[in-house]
Design a protein around this ligand. Structure first.
Ligand code: HEC
Ligand code: HEC
Ligand code: HEC
Ligand code: HEC
Length: 369
């Protein structure tokens, strides 16, 4: 009996071991690690070769449309209601229409944004949103070229990937106890997608990724003095920082040492250049949510709004989608120069944001070291 049991036990152990290594979620060699910091500091991006291939396949940029003839009548002369892209030739304009259909509404087609009776009509909200999206894309590729998107740039596809609503957007989280007899939860312990369904503080996105005036000190939690003093941070602030940092890492598919040397997480001069790049990313995300997304709230139908009546917003994951460089760093803007700079000033319906003045760029603050 004893022998039978031990043989069965050994067999079970063997099967479990095999199942453990063969099962989902296990990373097995061959590895494709990449050093991100000085030798011996343990700063490496740890990935498998198979994982890298999967990531690359999930982030491939579509082939650009063939260039169109720049001569001939301007779109503003040929069509009735062209406010942003009027300087293009009619042929170039049509090329953009075909491309955005492929990027944003490939299943729905032109009629996702256009009324079939009258192409010039602004009746559908999708068209009004898309016009503002043209301007937002131009703004990203000009104002944030130097400090974030560089030569790669972005097109509608960077965020939309063939969907009218990008896969990675976020909404403000409502307080769970509004009007009910529920103890104060201190803004945490609610499974919110914004913080990876952890019990960490869930309101953090609302503050960190959408209010331009959020004090920088919000995530700065490392003590600068040996003993606590009046300026010291409560421990809850560190939880918020952690909530932000894990979602930021997830959005880029990296670990903490992609940006920090964990010997001293706060110190800028031992951090990698990626941390400064990321800091500008935060400023850009705030800028886009504040000046482009929030002002579109009244343009969207109610069904598109979140639980507190707010519009879907952008975070790092909206563009990055799990990769440290969106679309594997492809230079997507090169074949679409019309999306690289602000072109026209448009007056928007009441309640919507003012437009960037063509040719101007928003000055960006330097990261406080
Ligand atoms: C994602 C939304 C969207 C899709 C899809 C779309 N368009 Fe457009 N279209 C717009 C916007 C926005 C404008 C106005 C551009 C501007 O103001 O510069 C416009 C303007 C036009 C105009 C000018 C109409 C006029 O007289 O003012 C034509 C023509 C046009 N689109 C054709 C097409 C065709 C053909 C397709 C399908 C291949 C298409 N569009 C798909 C958003 C879209
Ligand atoms: C930085 C990311 C980003 C870029 C770049 C971007 N969009 Fe969007 N877009 C969004 C977000 C976020 C929404 C809000 C999602 C929603 O519809 O609720 C949105 C919504 C839209 C909608 C409304 C869809 C719907 O049914 O609600 C249209 C149409 C659209 N975008 C067109 C475009 C076009 C055209 C471009 C390129 C000129 C573009 N977008 C570029 C992020 C982006
Ligand atoms: C993509 C780059 C990036 C990654 C990955 C990243 N961080 Fe950060 N981290 C930053 C930036 C940028 C700041 C400064 C933010 C600010 O000032 O608004 C920061 C700040 C911090 C701070 C506050 C430091 C201080 O001054 O008190 C802590 C703590 C921190 N990160 C921890 C982490 C942890 C833990 C991880 C992994 C889960 C992580 N970070 C991953 C970019 C990153
Ligand atoms: C509008 C789209 C967009 C958004 C939103 C965005 N990024 Fe990026 N990011 C890019 C592009 C494009 C690049 C590639 C630039 C290049 O090729 O040099 C990039 C590159 C980076 C890099 C350098 C990666 C490397 O391997 O060199 C870091 C770090 C980064 N982003 C962090 C962030 C963080 C953190 C956020 C959110 C706070 C963010 N980004 C939001 C478009 C975006």
């Amino acid at each position: 009996m004893k022998i039978v049991l031990s043989v069965a036990g050994a067999a079970l152990a063997l099967f479990l071991t095999i199942a453990m290594f063969g099962g989902a979620g296990w990373t097995h060699p061959p590895m494709a690690n990449k050093q991100t910091g000085f030798r011996g500091t343990g700063m490496d991006l740890i990935r498998t070769r198979a994982g890298n291939e999967e990531l690359a396949a999930a982030n491939r940029a579509p082939a650009p449309a063939d260039p169109a003839d720049a001569s001939g009548d301007k779109a503003s002369a040929v069509y009735e209601n062209v406010q942003v892209l009027g300087d293009l030739s009619a042929e170039q304009f049509n090329r953009v229409m075909v491309s955005i259909t492929e990027w944003v509404a490939p299943q729905q087609g032109c009629t996702y944004c256009h009324s079939t009776e009258n192409m010039a009509s602004d009746e559908l909200y999708q068209k009004r949103v898309a016009r503002r999206m043209f301007q937002m894309t131009q703004h990203i590729n000009s104002s944030w070229k130097e400090n974030h998107v560089h030569e790669a740039g972005v097109t509608c596809y960077t965020c939309h990937r063939g969907n009218p609503v990008p896969a990675n957007v976020w909404f403000d989280t409502p307080p769970p106890s509004a009007g009910k007899f529920i103890p104060r939860n201190n803004g945490q312990n609610l499974a919110s997608a914004n913080v990876g369904l952890t019990s960490l503080p869930y309101g953090i996105f609302d503050d960190y990724y959408s209010r331009k005036d959020t004090p920088q000190s919000y995530v700065r939690v490392n003590a600068t003095t040996a003993l606590p003093e009046a300026k010291s941070k409560p421990i809850q602030d560190a939880e918020r920082t952690f909530a932000i940092m894990i979602t930021m890492s997830q959005a880029l598919g990296v670990n903490c040492t992609f940006c920090h040397n964990t010997r001293s997480v706060a110190q800028w001069d031992t951090s990698t250049p990626n941390r400064v790049h990321a800091w500008y990313g935060v400023q850009m995300v705030r800028d886009l949510n504040q000046d482009y997304m929030r002002p579109l709230t009244t343009t969207f139908p109610e069904a598109r709004l979140g639980p507190t009546g707010d519009v879907a917003k952008i975070s790092c994951a909206t563009c990055h989608n799990g990769a440290n460089k969106p679309l594997n760093g492809a230079k997507v803007i090169e074949p679409y120069p019309e999306l690289a700079h602000p072109t026209t000033q448009v007056s928007l319906p009441v309640g919507e944001a003012k437009d960037p003045i063509p040719g101007t760029t928003t000055p960006t603050p330097k990261p406080p070291m």
